[in-house]
Ligand binder design. Structure first.
Ligand code: BGC
Length: 494
C-alpha cells in the first residue's frame, strides 16, 4: 500500500490540489440550533419511507459541534484544500430576508481555522438543502429561487469573500432535477418526470446569478460550477441500445454542461415538444454561460444503457441501496440502466471502472474546446467496511478497496490529462475525495459509507481508516519529494 502511495505521489503534477469534500446537510446535524431555519431536506427525510431504514439526519456527524476536531483531522491528514458547503438555511433561515448571525459565525470560524492550518477553503453555495420556505414556494420549479441564490451568493461573498480560495455555485444540478423533481427520490420529492425541466433551467440560472454576484463583489477566489459526469455506454451494438445511451447522455450530462460551456441547450432538448412551453431567453443563456475560472467535475462511474424497460430502471441492488422502488417509474421506459459484466461494484452497486475516468475527461475535452481548468470536485466509493478490533480493543478498518478505488481513479485522471493522454488538452488542477467521513448519504441514509474516517453513530468517535493513512502517506511522500521550499498547503488569496 505504501509503495502505491509513493507511486501515486510521484505521478502528481506540480501544484496539483488534493482535497476532501463534504456537504453541510450530510455532516452538520444541529438542524434546530442557533437560529437555523428548516430546509426541504429536513421535511423530506422525516417522511417515513424516504430514507433507507428511516435514518435521520438530525445529528449526522455532529460536525456543527465537532468542527475544530474535524479540522484537526484534516490538518493531520495533510490535505491542501477542503470542499464544504454552506447551509443556506443556517445562514439565511428563510432563504430570503435577514441573515442569522450565529450561522454566519459558524462558517467564519471554520474558514479561519482552515486557513490557520494551511488548508485552502473551497465553499459550495448550494448543495441541495434548499430553505423550506423556498421549497414551499415551488423550489427550483419557481424561477424566483434562482434570484434568491444570487442574493445568497452576495451575502456569502460579503462575509467570506476575502478568505475563500474557490467557490462552487451549484453542486450537481442533474441529481437535484432527476432525483428531486423527476423521480421524487430526493427532496422535495416531486415526481414530475419531463415536466421537471424548468428545475434544470432555474438551477443553471441560479448558478449564473450567483456567479454574477460573486464577480460583482470582486472576490479574489476562483469561481466554478460542479456537474456530475457519467460516460454512457451502450450495452451492445444494437442501435436501440445506442439510442438509449445517447438519450441518457443528453439527459444526464449534456443538458447541464452544454448550457454552461456552450451557451445553449442540446438541439434535441430545444426542439423537443416538452420544452416548447419553455423558451429560455438569450439573456438567461448569457448569464448561464459566463466565463468560469474552473469547471468542477464529479466522476464516480460510467453508466451502461440497454433498450427496453428491463427489470427496472436501474439494477435491483442499486435501487435497494438507495431505498427506492424504481419499478413503477421504469414501466414503459424505452431503456434502462444495466450492470457491466464481470465488474466489481461498490456497496451502492456502482460499477468500479477507473478507465472511464479517462473517457469522461476525453469526452469533455472533445465536446468543450474552451473548457476552463478542471477540478475533480468529487470522487470516491461506498463499501461495507470490515471493522476489526486489535488486542487492546481499538477499531481497525482496513478499507483496501477504497484505497484501490482512489489510487486508480486519481492516477487515471492524471494520465488522461498528461501529454499524450486522451484528454491532454485539459488543465487538471486537482481531485477532492468524497468524503472526509462517513455521513448521511441522502436517501441511502448511513448505510453507504464513503469516508476516510469512520464515524460511530452512537459516540460520534472518528476512527481513521486505512484509506486515511494511505492519503496521508501520498501527501507526505509528495511533500518529501518536493523541495523544502514547497510546503504541503497551497497559497490562499489574501
Ligand atoms: C453528491 C454527494 C453524494 C455523493 C455520493 C454526489 O452525487 O454531490 O452529496 O454524497 O455523490 O452519492
Amino acid at each position: 500500500m505504501n509503495a502505491s502511495a509513493k507511486g501515486l505521489a510521484a505521478l502528481l503534477p506540480p501544484r496539483f490540489t488534493l482535497g476532501v469534500a463534504t456537504a453541510a446537510f450530510q455532516i452538520e446535524g444541529a438542524l434546530d440550533e442557533d437560529g437555523r431555519g428548516p430546509s426541504g431536506w429536513d421535511v423530506f427525510a422525516a417522511k417515513p419511507g424516504s430514507i433507507v431504514e428511516d435514518h435521520s439526519p438530525a445529528i449526522a456527524c455532529d460536525h456543527y459541534h465537532r468542527m475544530p476536531e474535524d479540522v484537526a483531522l484534516m490538518k493531520e491528514l495533510g490535505i491542501d484544500s477542503y470542499r464544504f458547503s454552506l447551509s443556506w438555511s443556517r445562514v439565511q433561515p428563510g432563504g430570503s430576508g435577514p441573515v442569522n448571525p450565529a450561522g454566519l459565525a459558524f462558517y467564519d470560524r471554520l474558514i479561519d481555522l482552515l486557513l490557520a492550518n494551511g488548508i485552502a477553503p473551497m465553499a459550495t453555495l448550494y448543495h441541495w438543502d434548499t430553505p423550506l420556505e423556498l421549497d414551499d414556494a415551488g423550489g427550483w420549479m419557481n424561477r424566483d429561487t434562482a434570484y434568491r441564490l444570487g442574493d445568497f451568493a452576495a451575502i456569502a461573498a460579503a462575509a467570506y469573500g476575502d478568505r475563500v480560495s474557490r467557490w462552487v455555485t451549484v453542486n450537481e444540478p442533474a441529481t437535484v432535477s432527476t432525483n428531486g423533481y423527476m423521480l421524487g427520490l430526493h427532496a422535495p420529492g416531486e415526481a414530475l418526470m419531463l415536466k421537471a425541466l424548468p428545475s434544470v433551467h432555474h438551477q443553471l440560472l441560479g448558478h449564473g446569478l450567483a456567479l454574477q454576484a460573486l464577480r460583482a463583489a470582486k472576490v479574489p477566489g476562483e469561481i466554478g460550477i460542479t456537474n456530475v459526469y457519467s460516460p454512457m455506454v451502450p450495452a451492445s451494438i444494437n442501435p436501440l441500445d445506442k439510442i438509449g445511451a445517447g438519450l441518457m447522455d443528453m439527459a444526464q450530462n449534456r443538458l447541464y454542461a452544454d448550457p454552461v460551456l456552450l451557451g445553449k441547450y442540446p438541439d434535441a432538448v430545444r426542439t423537443a415538444a416538452f420544452f416548447s412551453s419553455f423558451d429560455p431567453s438569450s439573456e438567461d443563456m448569457a448569464l448561464i454561460s459566463q466565463p468560469l475560472d474552473f469547471y468542477g467535475l464529479n466522476y464516480y462511474m460510467p453508466t451502461r444503457v440497454a433498450a427496453g424497460p428491463g427489470d427496472g430502471a436501474v439494477p435491483k441492488g442499486m435501487a435497494e441501496a438507495m431505498g427506492d422502488d424504481l419499478g413503477g417509474s421504469a414501466s414503459g421506459s424505452p431503456f434502462h440502466i444495466t450492470s457491466f459484466p464481470d465488474t466489481e461494484t461498490t456497496a451502492y452497486g456502482w460499477p468500479i471502472k477507473p478507465e472511464y475516468m479517462g473517457v469522461a475527461l476525453a469526452e469533455m475535452a472533445r465536446r468543450y474546446p474552451d473548457l476552463p481548468p478542471v477540478y475533480i470536485t468529487e470522487g470516491g466509493a461506498s463499501f461495507e467496511d470490515l471493522e476489526i478490533r486489535d488486542p487492546e480493543g481499538r477499531l481497525i478498518i482496513p478499507d483496501e478497496r477504497r484505497v484501490r478505488y482512489l489510487a486508480d481513479h486519481i492516477a487515471a485522471a492524471i494520465e488522461a490529462t498528461s501529454p499524450g493522454g486522451a484528454a491532454e488538452s485539459i488543465d487538471l488542477r486537482g481531485y477532492y475525495v468524497w468524503s472526509l467521513m462517513d455521513n448521511f448519504e441522502w436517501s441511502g441514509g448511513f448505510k453507504q459509507q464513503f469516508g476516510l474516517l469512520h464515524v460511530d453513530s452512537g459516540t460520534q468517535t472518528r476512527t481513521k481508516k486505512a484509506s486515511y493513512y494511505w492519503l496521508q502517506e501520498v501527501l507526505s511522500a509528495r511533500n518529501r519529494a518536493a523541495s523544502p521550499a514547497v510546503p504541503g498547503a497551497e497559497a490562499v488569496p489574501a
